[in-house]
Design a protein around this ligand. Structure first.
Ligand SMILES: Nc1ncnc2c1ncn2[C@@H]1O[C@H](COP(=O)(O)OP(=O)(O)OP(=O)(O)O)[C@@H](O)[C@H]1O
Length: 303
């Protein structure tokens, strides 16, 4: 196992707002990491510092073992794709692709052209005049075709419709399978990207609250469906994440894995059992407490 990104005690303050509390994070090489969290949790801040687009207030970050800021050896290996990407006023898509092809040594023109067809990117329109979805398409094409060793996607696909998002997920996964690299995806559409993510990093109010392989999260909670009395027999005394009644039937999600005996009883009671969805788990882990990072003051951080 080798780590491509490491942060130690990384912090970021904006005036009295603590966007990032001291953060220790290591991200494994050649893996798709999901960076999840509520609005204002600190995702963009963390990604901006790791990709050297912002300076930290304290602590340190290393990418490929080196400080990324103003580092010409490291920066060509990092691609950061974000929704609010700025382009020069008169730039058309091919200008943006040309610039990217010069910035990223692994750039693949053939892949870029194929993706332009897939997303139906209008080549003659200035990027500034494109629809939000078309601009997002330009950004994700750069993210995929750059084949950068470390690629961050900060919700650049939010403007894409459902069909185009599926194209993005499929093409990203296909290309990743052939050219493994480290990818960090940040998204609010958690269930949509759940099948892509191999490792889940959850950030809440500037703190990492979960950093775990997606596979092991399956045992964190379980959803049972069936007759109310039968479901209650298994779920009694457990922490309930979600509960839904549909006539005499219920659908209840509880924390913790079931024992072998409980699984046997689930079969006897003829209940349906499914692993918890990533979205349900994330919602549960990030809804305790209602204050936002903006309300967390620098004084609190010093305590
Ligand atoms: N330039 C800035 N000046 C002041 N405060 C900022 C700045 N950038 C971010 N913040 C604050 O830092 C906190 C974290 O913001 P950040 O953009 O990193 O969150 P996020 O998780 O990416 O949110 P979202 O999902 O809404 O994009 C927020 O409270 C935000 O208001």
């Amino acid at each position: 196992m080798s780590n491509v990104i490491e942060t130690r005690g990384l912090t970021r303050r904006y005036g009295s707002t603590v966007a990032l509390h001291p953060t220790d994070l290591t991200l494994e090489k050649d893996m798709i990491h999901g960076l999840l969290g509520r609005n204002g949790a600190g995702k963009t801040t963390l990604m901006s510092i790791i990709t050297a687009q912002e300076w930290p207030s304290g602590g340190e970050v290393r990418v490929f073992g080196q400080h990324p800021h103003e580092n010409e050896q490291v920066l060509p290996k990092i691609c950061f794709v974000r929704e609010d990407q700025k382009y020069p006023d008169d730039a058309k898509a091919h200008h943006a692709f040309n610039a990217a092809s010069q910035a990223f040594p692994n750039w693949d023109w053939e892949l870029c052209h194929r993706l332009c067809e897939d997303f139906a990117v209008p080549k003659k329109t200035r990027v500034k005049k494109m629809s939000r979805g078309q601009r997002s398409a330009v950004a994700v094409i750069i993210g995929i075709a750059s084949r950068a060793e470390v690629t961050f996607f900060d919700e650049p696909y939010m403007g894409l419709d459902a069909v185009a998002r599926k194209v993005f997920y499929d093409r990203l996964l296909e290309d990743y399978a052939q050219h493994p690299r480290t990818i960090v995806l940040s998204s609010h559409l958690i269930d949509e990207i759940a099948h892509l993510i191999e490792n889940v990093v959850l950030i809440d109010r500037g703190r990492i609250v979960l950093d775990e392989p997606a596979e092991s999260l399956r045992d964190r909670a379980v959803t049972l469906m069936g007759r109310a009395e039968a479901v209650n027999e298994i779920t009694a005394g457990r922490e309930v994440l979600a509960h839904e009644a549909l006539g005499r039937m219920v659908r209840t999600t509880v924390m913790g894995a079931l024992t072998d005996e409980e699984r046997q009883r689930v079969r006897e009671l003829d209940l349906d059992m499914v692993p918890v969805s990533l979205q349900e788990l994330v919602v549960h882990l990030t809804t305790s407490g209602t204050h936002t990072a903006a309300q967390t003051t620098a004084e609190e951080a010093d305590r």
